[in-house]
Design a binder for this molecule. Structure first.
Ligand code: UD1
Length: 419
């Protein structure tokens, strides 16, 4: 895909205030969930992200009418009778798999192509399919196409996930919200975005309890109605800008956040020597002292340290005193930023799920390529802390999850432009 480049002149202190946008990982399942209402939903705090636009294209292709003004998206799903997500749309965004549960719940059938692997390695959906089968869905897989038909639902289904998959938990919730029968999900993902999806569905009339815990109970209802809902703030965007402040010895006040969702991130930044002060819906970060290495950062399902923040923290630790270790427990191929950071002078050895970062005193501007969304954001963070000019290629990855990253960072002192 042809995309623009970011030119960053490093070494400027990041200082000021930023308001965090709505969460990508919330708005995608919530947009999928609007299918279930059969009427109009007004979704506020929806950031302008290419992934959100891809989700809107899917909704339109299924028969929804959508209007989009600023950060508000209005979806009318009254005529959404479509049951096919085209191959092109599936490939545009791997997370399109979250439409499976919603389309099946809405029209009882769904045909889409297998999402396959992605930049982060193989992304299996076996847990999604196993759970849907337990809920009576008949699934055939043929040459990469999934053909699903809703069957008779059990009066009660008790599903234990072998690992707390975010996407599988969402698909089960979406499919179980409408209809009869009680579905229990054990070892459910506890990510705040799951509770946000539950919040939207409950406002539409769904009966869901246990959100935020590892046992979710969904009691199917005959119908749902539209509602007005505000998407939660993006904790990964917030952590990215915390990284930008940390690596430039800057100070940032982040507004519109929920500090209670970010304790694991905040504690890593504190361990690096930053002052991190949460209050109400704000986090203040101050990096007056040089960054120090941390012992070991292990990515874990929520409330553990998020895998999506791992590349950001790797970038910051590249320019630190001492040796840090990162253990990546969620995705197989999530050290994509490491070779590109090495171009900037970082000393990182990554093998399997472990990366060892020998902090260096200085990073140097370089031409570097984003190979996935968060690795791309990590390169931007590193470039801000590097001496000289960097050129970040493949910015379409970054645009999947950040609303105009260059506008946000310029407003707090960065020298960054898109060409
Ligand atoms: C979601 C997030 C992504 C985040 C990830 C982990 C969205 C749109 N994306 O992705 O940003 O990095 O959670 O917090 O919300 N797995 C299986 N079988 C399955 C499903 C998952 O083995 O059927 C494995 C995956 O390969 C991975 C792990 O489980 O190793 C976690 O995946 P999952 O929680 O499902 O992540 P996503 O929902 O894809």
């Amino acid at each position: 895909m042809e995309s623009s480049r970011l030119l960053i002149e490093g070494g400027r202190r990041i200082e000021g205030e930023l308001r965090i946008h709505g969460a990508k990982n919330s708005v995608l399942p919530i947009l999928a969930a609007t299918l279930l209402c059969g009427s109009t939903s007004v979704i506020h705090n929806s950031a302008s992200l290419s992934d959100a636009f891809a989700a809107m294209r899917i909704l339109r292709s299924l028969g929804c009418t959508i209007s989009h003004e600023g950060s508000t998206v209005t979806v009318n799903s009254a005529d959404a009778e479509g049951d096919i997500v085209s191959d092109g749309l599936m490939h545009e965004m791997r997370s399109s798999i979250v439409f499976l549960g919603a389309i099946l719940g809405r029209v009882g059938r769904c045909r889409l192509s297998f999402p396959g692997g992605c930049e982060l390695g193989p992304r299996p959906i076996d847990l999604h399919l196993e759970a849907l089968r337990r809920l009576g869905v008949r699934i055939t897989e043929d040459h990469g196409i999934l053909d699903c038909t809703a069957g008779v639902r059990p009066q009660s289904a008790d599903i234990t996930l072998s690992l707390p998959s975010v996407g599988a938990t969402e698909n089960i919730m979406l499919y179980s919200a409408l209809g009869s029968g009680e579905t229990v999900i054990r070892n459910a993902a506890r990510e705040p975005e799951i509770a946000d999806l539950a919040g939207y569905l409950i406002k539409c009339g769904a009966k869901i309890t246990g959100q935020g815990t590892s046992t979710l109970v969904i009691d199917g209802v005959p119908s749902l109605h539209g509602c007005e809902y505000t998407v939660m703030p993006d904790r990964i965007e917030a952590a990215t800008y915390m990284g930008a402040a940390a690596i430039t010895r800057g100070e940032l006040m982040l507004g519109g956040v929920r500090p209670q969702d970010m304790y694991s991130c905040m504690s890593v930044f504190s361990e690096m020597g930053c002052g991190v002060y949460p209050y109400d819906d704000k986090i203040f970060i101050s990096a007056r002292k040089p960054i120090t290495a941390v012992r070991t950062v292990r990515t874990m399902p929520y409330p553990g340290f998020p895998t999506d923040c791992q590349p950001i923290v790797m970038a910051v630790l590249s320019k630190s005193s001492g040796t840090s270790v990162i253990v990546e427990n969620i995705f197989e191929n999530r050290f994509m930023a490491a070779p590109e950071l090495r171009r900037m002078g970082a000393n990182i050895k990554a093998e399997g799920k472990v990366a060892v970062i020998e902090g260096v005193k200085k990073l140097y501007g370089a031409k570097a390529r984003a190979y996935d969304l968060r690795a791309g954001a990590a390169l931007v963070v590193a470039a801000l802390g590097a001496e000289g000019q960097s050129e970040i290629l493949n910015t379409h990855y970054i645009d999947r999850g950040y609303e105009s990253i260059e506008t946000a960072l310029s407003s707090v002192g960065a020298d960054i432009k898109r060409i």
